[in-house]
Design a protein around this ligand. Structure first.
Ligand SMILES: [Zn+2]
Length: 88
């Protein structure tokens, strides 16, 4: 099962970013570079802060893994940003 990055909307995370039992997954999102359990817990950055920084930096692919051919950062960003707005 794939999981969506709550920071940038990347839809193919291997693990759930956080679980109640074990906290952060320590997976690094290959899209925005956020590491769950480290960037948030250890560095104290919120998803929103990291999302803004990533967007301002031009939404770059942050991993050494090959970028998916159909990767569309603006589209995934719009999905996650839109989803957050609706909840409020
Ligand atoms: Zn991400």
């Amino acid at each position: 099962m794939k999981h969506t990055c709550p920071v940038c909307g990347y839809p193919d995370l291997r693990d759930a970013p956080r679980s109640k039992r074990s906290g952060g997954s320590y997976e690094i999102c290959p899209s925005c570079g956020f590491q769950f359990g480290v960037t948030d817990d250890d560095q104290g950055l919120s998803y929103e802060q990291w999302r803004e920084t990533w967007r301002e930096g031009g939404m770059k692919w942050s991993s050494e893994q090959t970028k998916p051919a159909n990767w569309n950062p603006a589209a995934q960003f719009a999905r996650i940003a839109g989803a957050k707005k609706k909840k409020r």
